[in-house]
Ligand binder design. Structure first.
Ligand SMILES: [Mg+2]
Length: 265
């Protein structure tokens, strides 16, 4: 891994990167939905877990009884957060006050941890069956950054991140990985707290003010902003009417649909 001495950025205008990336010392990537196409797998895995909880405990307000929307509900309430926080925030938004339970709870509908466990089981089953792929635009950007000797980190709230990166064949692009296991071990707060990104910057031996964060979740761009990163790139894969504006409002300096937009042809 090459790191730049202070005041000597590695990127140059000839690296095939858009000008906004020139001068950065490092880039920190979120994993699900930015590097790998696994955000939609997470969203799909939440659906049976949340819908079963809604059926078992119908909200008092009929307006809150609709099924989990894997696009909008996932984007606004769940994406990017630690699993238990995403479960708690969606259930609270539907007026459900389940007891928290414990991480040992089996999959079910009677505690927040049980709902989270049901999602985990569905996610793991899908991954085993279908695998996961890296977005080609992200791989192109990682190639350019590697040629420019800009070190990169991968960050994820998930304990599956290492496995996802390996299965997608992109683990070697990253000088370090900060994942859910690190988060628990080091007692790092989940997004929107900036802890995971700051830990990644520390491991890359760079100041956040000389690095970029690339994120697709509202909680994630907010974490990048709170961490004081020089550039926060929001990745909007959904293309829904509000999504790009929401990413900007939560802290994205610029929003792209795909990371190939950061290449200078
Ligand atoms: Mg993500």
């Amino acid at each position: 891994m090459k790191t730049a001495p202070p005041g000597e950025p590695i990127g140059t205008p000839h690296d095939g990167l858009v000008p906004r990336l020139h001068g950065l010392h490092a880039v920190v990537f979120d994993t699900d939905g930015v590097i790998t196409d696994s955000a939609r797998v997470h969203a799909a895995a939440w659906k049976p877990a949340f819908d079963a909880a809604l059926r078992a405990h119908p909200p008092a307000d009929p307006a809150l009884r609709g099924p989990f929307d894997p696009v909008e509900d996932y984007r606004r309430l769940v994406d990017g957060k630690p699993r238990i926080d995403g479960a708690a925030d969606f259930l609270a938004a539907r007026g459900l006050t389940l007891p928290p339970g414990t991480p040992a709870d089996p999959a079910g509908t009677d505690t927040v941890w049980a709902v989270a466990a049901a999602k985990e089981a569905a996610f793991t089953a899908h991954l085993d069956e279908h695998g996961v792929e890296a977005y080609p635009g992200t791989v192109h950007l990682l190639d350019r950054l590697r040629r420019a000797d800009v070190p990169c980190a991968a960050v994820s709230a998930s304990r599956h991140a290492r496995q996802l990166l390996r299965r997608a064949g992109v683990r070697d692009y990253f000088a370090c990985l900060v994942d859910g296991a690190d988060s628990a071990r080091l007692d790092l707060k989940g997004k929107p707290a900036p802890d995971l990104f700051l830990e990644a910057a520390r491991r890359l031996q760079t100041e956040p003010s000389a690095a970029a964060v690339v994120e697709d979740a509202l909680a994630g761009v907010e974490a990048g902003r709170r961490g004081g990163f020089d550039l926060v790139v929001g990745v909007d894969r959904t293309g829904t009417r509000e999504s790009a504006a929401d990413l900007r409002r939560h802290g994205a300096d610029l929003v792209v649909r795909d990371l190939a937009e950061l290449l200078d042809p």
